[in-house]
Each structure stands twice: as C-alpha cells, then as structure tokens.
Design a protein around this ligand. Sequence first.
Ligand code: SAM
Length: 271
Amino acid sequence: MNTVTSSPAEDPVAPEVRDIGYGRMFADFYDRLFPPDGLPERTAAALARWQAGGRALELGVGTGRIAVPLARLTGEVVGVDSSPEMLELLRAAVEAAGVPVTAVHGDIRGYADGTGYGLVYSVCGTISLVLDPVEQRGVVARAARHLAPGGSLVVETHNPGAVHALHEGASRTSFFVPYPKPGTGLQTYSTLLPEQNLWHTSHLWHEDGRVRVGSEITRLTTPEDIDAHAADAGLVLVSRQGDWAGGPFLPEHSPVHISRYVRAADREERV
Ligand SMILES: C[S@@+](CC[C@H](N)C(=O)[O-])C[C@H]1O[C@@H](n2cnc3c(N)ncnc32)[C@H](O)[C@@H]1O
C-alpha cells in the first residue's frame, strides 16, 4: 500500500488492498455518468464549509470528481481508493487541474496514516460498497481516528427508502435515464436481495451506438446504520440533509442521505 505517511503504532503491517473491481467495470465511462451540472462544485462547497482547516481525506476518491474541486477551495486532499483504474484517471485529472490531491492506493477498511484531518468524507455511496456491516463500522471507526480536533466526518450514500419506493414492491425493476447529449443514456436493471439486505444494479451506458456495462452490489445502508457506526466511534450527528443544496432528508424520497458528524467531545465544547 502506498500511503502518504505511516503510523507503525496504529498499523504495524500495511493491510492488503482487497479491490472489489469497481474501476475495472466503471472507470471507462464513470465520468460520463455525471453530466456537467455543477453538482461536484456544490458538493465541494458544502464540504469546504464543514472543513476545520488542515487537509481533507476522501475515502473512495474515485476519479476525483469531488476531490479536485474541493482541493481548489481548501488545499490538500488525500484520496484513498482500491482501484488502480480509477486512480489512474484521478492522477490525470489532478495533473490537468494542477490541484494538490494526493492519490493513495489503499483499502478504506484498513487505511491508516496516523495523521489528523479537518475533514474526512466518503460520498456517492462508497460506504455501501463495503457489504459487511462489521467492516462498515470499522471504516467509520478508522475515519473517526483520522479527525483532527474540530474536524467533521461526512458520509453520503443511497437512501434505502427511495430505492424501495422505486421498486414499488417488486424485487426487480428497470429504468432508463436519457442524458442531454443525443444518443446517450443510462439503462439500469435493479434487483433487491432482501435476505442479505443487498441491492444489485447493472448499468448499461449508451453512447454513440456503443454500450458499456458495469454492475455493482451495495449494502442498503440507512441513516440509522451510519449513526450507529458513528456512535460506536464516539461521534455525534451534527446535521443530516437529502441533497447537496441543503434540502431536508425525506425518508421515502431523498435519493441520498448526507450526514455530518463530529467527535462528541468537540460538540460538548461548543455547547
Ligand atoms: C461510486 S465510486 C465514488 C467515487 C467518488 N467518491 C465520487 O464521488 O465520484 C466508489 C469508489 O470507491 C472505491 N472503493 C470501493 N470499495 C473500496 C475500498 N474498500 N477501499 C477503497 N476504495 C474503495 C471504488 O474503487 C470507487 O472508486
């Protein structure tokens, strides 16, 4: 693992990187899935407001969709990802933008660099790609240990309530989202696996007569799941919203939940 710094006390042996293969399927068209609608800039602006100085750490940085605009606002971002394919695109984006983002090949289930950050964040459902709830809890615990005094942990993932509403009681559904550019669109086949609390999706990206396919399995992760992991890590909820414009979280409608936590001790100091 290529970490920025290491802490022998916390991590005597660098843990292996168990890449789930997300980048092998999605890297080729990942950035095409996000139309240039200002969402990354809005997301970065919200995160920047919550950053208590210092550097930021992104868990599951991908191609730098958020890390690059955030680095423009607040300076250095360290971005961890298990996918060499996504990191290759991140490095190219960082070079093109000339921003201070450090790409780290690592597994968020074992990542530790022994330093503190004014902001640790994991967005766009990355936490739900960790399927084992015990490992999810471990990710949040490690994230909490990386918070500098006054720092915030921010977690965004899909809202199970909205996923269930989309399925209208059926275990399988499919939908097509046309994109602004003629000849482009995203076709999705969605399957709920209730016994394991998992959600399987296969995405077909159509562009100029070509189709590319990416599949993923995520854990349906409620806001309460993240709250429980955070509480175990000594964190308390500061705010929850349903979009990056600050709209309220609506349990059956919001496509995502976005939660911000600080250390309980930091919260008490402010009260
Ligand atoms: C949905 S993408 C989100 C990327 C980026 N955060 C964004 O907002 O565009 C999820 C990313 O998490 C990474 N990932 C999934 N599991 C991981 C793990 N255990 N450790 C590190 N990265 C992981 C994937 O490789 C992928 O790049």
